[in-house]
Design a protein around this ligand. Structure first.
Ligand code: UTP
Length: 302
């Protein structure tokens, strides 16, 4: 199914960062989960880098109490910069934290009622445009030579329009922790493998899951989703689920899944965070050799 109407570009991205991060307590009591670092960058920085690579201009953070460090991270740190300059230190390392004035907007989700509710809180800023969503605790690292996940999705969007989600395959015993798609026709677009989405279900029982393709933290949605979220009741886990709202849009607008050509790390879980840290360290020229030696020693292999 393709959309013949001219497509509006994806200029805005919503970052829901108002969750409680209970799986990382007590680390996340005073520090937002999205500020936990993988090596030397907080999770939110990786997501913002991916958004910028995809040409997205306006960043909308849905925040809550105790989340101000995220906004501070992208603000100008005048004293720090002055002191660094006085000490002849390069400011290059701060470059990724610079946002064009006016391009960062925050809205508050007063009570963490779920991902769907967090997205709905951004409705006035999103307005009447298609928009991207990033869950920053899902770290998407592209294969060497490939573009980032959202850039791949924007390319797919330029071909088929409508709504897109990124998906990946997981072992069947893991599906009950995620949003799962019912797959329709598949085809290969220039932005990667595309699958038509014929249904969506949040946290299904293993026996009832329509596939083992799970939604993996990146979305391009049409603004109509806000109207669907309006007044939507609670779903799985007693939360207002984005998956339920998206499911209601299937059949009314094109809906595709993009299989990301890269690796996804679930940094909302402790083991996922360790895996991401190790994997990225082993890819870095300045660390790989030392980290490999440490890992071998810890495993008793050297
Ligand atoms: P998660 O369920 O992974 O995050 O939500 P959480 O609730 O913070 O973590 P745990 O399970 O308690 O450890 C996915 C994303 O949606 C945001 C979270 O901040 C995270 O980025 N979220 C979730 C909200 O912004 N508001 C909510 O009400 C729920």
């Amino acid at each position: 199914m393709t959309n013949a109407a001219p497509r509006k570009p994806i200029r805005k991205a919503v970052f829901p960062v108002a969750g409680m991060g209970t799986r990382f307590l007590p680390a996340t009591k005073a520090i937002p989960k999205e500020m936990l670092p993988v090596i030397d960058r907080p999770l939110i920085q990786y997501a913002v880098d991916e958004a910028r690579e995809a040409g997205i201009e306006q960043l909308i953070f849905v925040t809550g109490r105790g989340k101000t460090a995220i906004v501070e991270h992208f603000d100008m740190a005048f004293e720090l910069e002055t002191t660094m300059k006085e000490r002849d230190k390069t400011l290059e390392v701060l470059e990724p934290t610079r946002i064009q004035p006016g391009n960062l907007v925050t809205v508050r989700q007063q009570v963490p009622l779920g991902l769907g509710h967090a997205i709905w809180c951004a409705r006035a800023i999103v307005g009447d445009e298609p928009f991207a969503i990033f869950l920053p605790d899902e770290l998407m690292i592209a294969n060497k030579g490939s573009t980032g996940c959202m850039k791949q999705m924007v390319e797919a969007y330029n071909e088929v329009g409508g709504n897109l989600i990124s998906v990946l395959e997981v072992p069947e015993e893991e599906v009950s922790s995620y949003g799962v798609i019912a797959p329709g026709a598949r085809h290969l677009g220039s932005g990667g493998a595309l699958t038509e989405v014929t249904g969506l279900v949040e946290k299904p029982k293993r026996e009832a899951a329509p596939s083992n393709l799970i939604i993996s933290g990146r979305y391009i949605l049409q603004p109509e989703v806000m109207r669907v979220l309006e007044g939507q009741g609670k779903g799985a886990g007693g939360e207002i689920q984005l998956t339920d709202a998206m499911a209601r849009m299937i059949g009314q607008q094109p809906f595709h899944a993009v299989t990301f050509a890269g690796k996804r790390y679930d940094c909302g879980s402790k083991t996922g965070m360790v895996e991401a840290t190790l994997a990225l360290a082993l890819e870095r020229e300045d660390m790989a050799e030392d980290v490999r030696a440490i890992a071998m020693r810890l495993l008793g292999l050297s």
